[in-house]
Design a protein around this ligand. Structure first.
Ligand code: FPP
Length: 249
């Protein structure tokens, strides 16, 4: 597959990550900012810079799909000024980053509810999705006002009484998540910030995800650590409920 990013990575990319789906819970922005005497919003701004670097690294490494958790359905309970600042930051980031996505062949789509978002953010989402629709190097999904449980419930409501297989259910999930096609299960889930939980993120898609938790706060998460997580993923034995390959033969 042709990659169009001009700047080569200074680090050797892992070799077997082609096409995988990486989910990231970008946690720790607020604590990172507070520890430096800054307001939480400054941490979110720094978090956007980290997200940009990691998306570019993922594209170079051949990752096929990346889903970033930017704003959960439960994040509405945060103080109003922080929610407002996040909405403005997301809008501005989508407008700026979609240009970079076009240059790098990245398709950007947004997962989650749209009916509670400011209309200016919804317009930015629509513009970014339309402008990047031809990207083939990486499918970047940004989860905004997202709840995995809500997605699953809405897909189930669409299903009606007929029995479904997993593939058919995945198609319904794609429909409620505004995905252009059914999404591959998450192969590797990374969470920064020291907590070890899923926080209502991609619960269906993470059924067999390999988990990588790091104490590093998201603004400090580096390409080096990302590539190390990919390399560690490559050597994990994934059995999907089966037996080790050696035992099977
Ligand atoms: C969690 O840290 C982070 C968020 C709720 C927001 C993350 C959003 C971004 C980094 C913007 C990404 C935007 C694009 C377009 C990719 P926290 O506030 O929960 O930190 P804490 O746990 O230290 O309080």
């Amino acid at each position: 597959m042709k990659r169009t990013i001009a700047v080569p990575s200074p680090l050797p990319p892992p070799t077997q990550c082609n096409g995988i789906h990486v989910g990231i819970i970008m946690d720790g922005n607020g604590r990172w900012a507070n520890a430096r005497g800054m307001i939480r919003t400054a941490g979110h701004r720094a978090g956007v810079r980290t997200a940009r670097a990691i998306v570019e690294s993922a594209t170079r490494a051949g990752v096929g799909t990346m889903t970033l958790y930017a704003f959960s359905a439960d994040n509405w309970s945060r103080p109003t000024p922080e929610v407002g600042a996040l909405m403005r930051l997301l809008r501005r980031s989508l407008l700026i980053e979609s240009k970079r996505c076009i240059e790098n062949g990245v398709r950007l789509t947004i997962v989650g509810r749209r009916d509670r978002l400011p209309s200016s953010l919804v317009s930015a989402i629509q513009e970014a999705e339309a402008a990047t629709a031809h990207g083939r190097n990486l499918h970047l999904r940004v989860a905004i006002d997202y709840s995995a449980r809500e997605s699953i419930m809405r897909a189930a409501a669409l299903a009606g009484p007929e029995p479904l297989d997993r593939e058919a259910f995945a198609r319904l999930l794609a429909q409620v998540n505004h995905d252009p096609f059914p999404i591959r299960d998450v192969d590797l889930l990374i969470r920064s910030g020291g907590e070890q939980r899923l926080s209502d993120f991609l619960l269906w898609e993470c059924a067999y995800a390999e988990l990588h938790f790091t104490r590093c706060m998201w603004p400090e998460f580096t390409e080096k650590e990302f590539l190390a997580a990919l390399s560690e993923f490559e050597v994990r034995e994934r059995r999907f409920g089966g037996v080790p390959a050696q035992a099977a033969s």
